[in-house]
Every structure is written in C-alpha cells, then in structure tokens.
Design a protein around this ligand. Structure first.
Ligand code: FES
Length: 155
C-alpha cells in the first residue's frame, strides 16, 4: 500500500505553505491524486520534487526553467541521484555568475558602481561624464563591467 500524504502533511514536511503546493500543482511541477471527497493526496516521492523546486528557485531558476528540467523526468519518477547530478551541473554557470556578481558587490560597495549618479568623489575617477552609460543601463560596474572596458585606467 502506498503511503499517501495530505497537503498539510506535505507542507509541514517540505517546509512550504499549502498555497505554494497548490501553486506548484497549478504550474504542473507536482502532481496529486484526489480522494472520493476531492482532497489532494501526494505520494511521498513528491517531497523530493518539492525540495528540488525550492533549491532550484534559490539558485535563481525561473518556474519555466524548473518545469523544463523536471519535464525531462517521467511524471511518476522523482529525481534520482543521477538526475540531481545532471540537473545541478547545468546550474554551475549560473552559480558562477552569481558568485562573481556578489564578489563585485562586496568589493565595490564603497566605491563607484557605475550607476550614473556621479555623486561620489571616486566617480570622477572611475566614471567621468557617466561614460559607463555607454556600456548599458544600470550600475555597470556592479553588473560586471570595469572602467577598463571604457579604456579608462585602473581596475
Ligand atoms: S557611484 Fe554612481 S556613477 Fe559612480
């Protein structure tokens, strides 16, 4: 006999709100069966799918990307160790980019970030005449550009 979980059981064990589970189900990320009275019942394996979804969201994947990743698995199957390895490998580049961004943020918070405000003393050195705007919108130096991208000396 299969050990089925109510939505409350699943929410408690997974650490997510029941509304989130209903949302995941509407988005076809998880699947339930219904009792004769119309109540949702989840196979215990759904816990691993929910864990996968939560981790993927923390990595920054969109629901579409998560759906695509899970779509590679048969509906009835929960990600295996091999699946985890393969799927998480594809997150590496994204994580590397995020780490790089956070390092820029950490290192540059107290100096010019290339946002166009030109209000800090350092901006006169790093972003004269808002030259960083030529690299795109937003705080260019936090987004990965460097003054050298404009042919300006420094780092
Ligand atoms: S901090 Fe805004 S342009 Fe330098």
């Amino acid at each position: 006999m299969i050990d089925l979980l109510t939505i409350g059981d699943l929410a408690t064990r997974a650490g997510v709100a029941t509304s989130a589970l209903r949302y995941y189900e509407r988005e076809r990320l998880i699947h339930s069966s219904r009792t004769g009275g119309g109540q949702r019942r989840y196979e215990r394996e759904v816990l691993r799918r929910v864990a996968f979804i939560r981790v993927a969201q923390r990595v920054g994947l969109t629901l579409d990307e998560i759906r695509t990743a899970l779509a590679g698995l048969p509906e009835a199957r929960t990600p295996t160790v091999d699946d985890w390895e393969r799927l998480s490998r594809s997150w590496r580049a994204r994580l590397d980019t995020q780490i790089e961004l956070l390092e820029h943020l950490r290192d540059d918070l107290t100096s010019c970030i290339g946002c166009g405000c030109l209000s800090f003393k350092a901006c006169r050195l790093y972003n004269p005449d808002d030259g960083a705007a030529a690299l795109g919108e937003g705080p260019r130096y936090l987004l990965g550009n460097r003054p050298r991208d404009l042919g300006i000396g420094g780092n």
